[in-house]
Ligand binder design. Structure first.
Ligand SMILES: [Zn+2]
Length: 376
């Protein structure tokens, strides 16, 4: 459900992406409005009008969610927290943080900004609705505006539920964090409440479904699944961050990686390195100096009949920010780089010299040991 997102546009330097799940939601919302809510509230319009209202309502909801997330991001940036962008997920959005908030106070302000902005937007829509109705605007126009006013109240209230990682859960976590001065414990308790809340919604959804309330049941079920999954994921992220924070890359790297000399042929590399060690990437050295790296993909691009003539020094790529890291960097940053680029092996480089290689596998082994040993 998560992960397949594509970029929509840039808003004051924030990249706005949409998760594929949102398209399903857009159809569900339009349909719920056009076939359910609008005919129920406003009588005597044509089906086409209800559908146009439904689609406009769904787009309005979408923009309201972007506005909500945007306000989180603006406050975060003001408080000095780098924000990567905004991704719209199944219900609501997620403003992507580079790091955990530095303090309980920052997290509190960031979290509360979203619901407050939704309440503000609701008030604005309500004023426009009142003016429009008094001025004699057509029913479908002020009807949709009234809906947008209500949906923003709903958005604010829903996000204020004390279920981490919803905004209300973040507010709760920041209060617990401030009181206990222990981020991990505060996260664990908030995530447990969030997860329990998700289960409750799922059960309610199933009960409603059995009772014949199919659409409402489906909504409760989906939202419950979302909250439960997000709560568990956030707690795991905090655990990972806690375990790796302050640990330099040097601690996890293999200081004696298998390297290949630049002078050998591609054929030699395939026979004596790739088939022997089963790695997809090898650092390439000229004497002691790092030339770059060679991957199985680059090998495949060399025509087979040239394998015995071409040296790997000729086809190796030089290292880039995508796959090199220095030994003193925090391991959290290394993990983030792997996550971002999809490279599970990083060259650890100091100046022109290769000092080691860092693999995702080694990081994960360390993490699972640490979690196993320190779990309460
Ligand atoms: Zn929010």
């Amino acid at each position: 459900m998560f992960g397949r997102s594509f970029k929509l546009f840039n808003l004051f330097g924030f990249e706005v992406s949409i998760d594929l799940s949102w398209l399903i939601i857009a159809v569900l919302v339009s349909w719920s409005l056009a076939a359910g809510l609008f005919p129920y509230l406003y009588h005597g319009l044509t089906p086409q009008t209800y559908w146009v209202m439904g689609i406009v309502g769904a787009v309005g909801l979408f923009l309201s969610v972007i506005f909500h997330e945007f306000c989180h991001s603006v406050v975060a940036r003001r408080l000095g927290l780098p924000m990567k962008g905004i991704t719209l997920f199944i219900f609501g959005g997620v403003a992507e943080m580079g790091d955990e908030p530095p303090s309980a106070k920052v997290e509190f302000l960031m979290a509360i900004a979203g619901p407050l902005s939704s309440f503000g937007l609701a008030a604005i829509f309500y004023l426009i609705y009142g003016q429009g109705k008094a001025a004699g605007w057509p029913l479908p126009v002020y009807g949709v505006i009234r809906y947008l006013s209500y949906i923003n109240v709903l958005l604010a209230v829903f996000n204020l539920l004390p279920a981490f990682p919803l905004d209300g859960g973040r507010v709760l976590r920041s209060i617990l964090w401030g009181a206990w001065n222990d981020l991990r414990r505060a996260t664990r308790v908030s995530a447990m409440i969030g997860s329990g809340f998700g289960v409750l919604l799922i059960v309610m959804g199933v009960l409603q479904f059995i009772g014949g309330e199919f659409i409402a049941g489906l909504w409760w079920f989906l939202i419950g699944m979302f909250i439960r999954g997000a709560a568990q994921m956030s707690y795991q992220q905090v655990l990972m961050r806690n375990a790796l924070q302050g640990e330099p890359v040097r601690r996890f790297m293999n200081p004696h990686p298998i390297t290949a000399p630049a002078s050998i042929t591609v054929e030699h590399l395939v026979e004596d390195y790739i088939y022997k060690y089963h790695f997809k990437m090898f650092p390439v050295l000229d004497d002691d100096k790092l030339v770059g790296f060679i991957t199985t993909r680059q090998v495949k691009e060399v025509p087979r009949e040239q394998w015995s003539q071409v040296t790997i020094g000729e086809v190796a790529s030089s290292g880039s920010h995508e796959n090199t890291i220095s030994p003193g960097v925090d391991a959290v940053a290394a993990l983030a780089l792997m996550h971002k680029t999809g490279n599970s092996r990083l060259l650890v480089v100091e100046g022109n010299h290769l000092v080691g290689i860092l693999t995702l596998k080694d990081l994960m082994k360390f993490l699972s040991l640490k979690v196993e040993l320190e779990q309460e």
